[in-house]
Design a protein around this ligand. Sequence first.
Ligand code: GUN
Length: 284
Amino acid sequence: MARIIDGKGIAEVIRKEMKDEVALLTKEGRAPGLAVILVGDDPASKTYVGSKERAARELGIYSKVIRREAGISQDELIGLIRELNEDRNIDGILVQLPLPAHIDEKAIIEAIDPGKDVDGFHPVNTGRLFNSQVDVPRFEPCTPLGIMELLEREGIEIEGKKAVVVGRSNIVGKPIACLLLEKNATVTICHSRTRELAKETAQADILVAAVGKPAFIDGSMVKEGVIAIDVGINRVDGKLVGDLDFPSVEKKSSYITPVPGGVGPMTIAMLMKNTIKARKYHGV
Ligand code: GUN
């Protein structure tokens, strides 16, 4: 019988802890500050940004959403980021992705002060993760960080386990592989060109599914006792479906995250955690 990891409940516990921390920092002289830039009017991006703003406000984090038309030039956007880099009330800067096609996302991410990069996407931060630099300020991407937090809070030992990550994105696949490796897992990264995928996934003690294909991995592809982490958020007939075929994978799992209510709620909680970390780094 699988234990279903209650990401929603765990995120709620973390929010309570953070609320106290934000109150203390505010009393010390300044609330943590988060700026979110939203370009254009993509409905999904608007929803995400709304959730981020609400989460920040609920914790007492000073939050500012800056909306710009889809036609904004790359230079104007970089100018705006530079202003926020200098703003002493802002600890974290997040540019909601995707950006319109005429804007180079990499150039935008690189314009953000790495010390304010609460998404953990800047090459300085990804480089520090890649190099296992734990003794310097470093921001990790929110979804992988949320997965690590779930594993830790469930008391799941990582060291020596075989972890298989399906998906090699810069936002989830690659950084979660680095974080698991840092905790001494033996890590395999699979992707669309992997041969005999089921043979790889069947080796996993910890399986992270981050491919963005509904019910892509089923029970026949995993071993008995697997810890199954589902990062997928796929909309099928108006319903949210993960990358795991939940009913068949659950039967063989020791732990499994549901969709919705698993990894998803942790992502925004970790964005708040990174914003608090940035505030501590910047001081009053
Ligand atoms: N769009 C989808 N996910 C994310 C994210 O984690 N950060 C940003 N900035 N944009 C996104």
